[in-house]
Design a protein around this ligand. Structure first.
Ligand SMILES: [Zn+2]
Length: 142
């Protein structure tokens, strides 16, 4: 009984923590702090981008390294076991991402992908985002 409740408690804590520090929320906080204003989950755009900047015609996707197979990091490696299970699933995620980005480009939107692992270094992300988005809204001092 004790063991069960301890397990449940830690599951709850995990849930809370992952909600608080989800990569997308972390990036949103950064962007907001930098003075950018944005729209969330525009369903009318291909792939329902996580964060959209309509006046700039730019969107940002926040991708989990595993689910979206970040080629440049360890988390993006295909699991060695159960390849037949994960292989097609992850591959179709990657193909869907590629398709959405191509559609966005065709519609005149620029796309930036911010990877989950990159958010561990917020300074680097801030630089990357600034390069991508340019100046913040008029009136902002930042
Ligand atoms: Zn990564």
């Amino acid at each position: 009984m004790d063991r069960l409740s301890a397990e449940r408690r830690s599951a709850n804590m995990r849930q809370i923590r992952s909600k608080d520090t989800s990569p997308e929320v972390a990036l949103r906080r950064l962007l907001y702090g930098m003075g950018y204003r944005y729209r969330l989950h525009r369903k009318d755009l291909p792939g329902t981008p996580d964060i959209a900047f309509p006046s700039r015609r730019k969107v940002i996707f926040v991708h989990g390294c595993f689910w979206h197979q970040h080629a440049a990091c360890r988390e993006g490696k295909m699991p060695a076991s159960k390849q037949s299970y994960w292989g097609p699933k992850l591959q179709s995620n990657v193909e869907r991402d590629r398709k959405h980005q191509a559609e966005l480009t065709r519609l005149g939107w620029e796309t930036l992908v911010v990877w989950e692992c990159q958010l561990k270094d917020s300074g680097a992300v801030v630089d990357q985002v600034k390069r991508f988005l340019g100046k913040t809204e008029a009136g902002s001092k930042k």
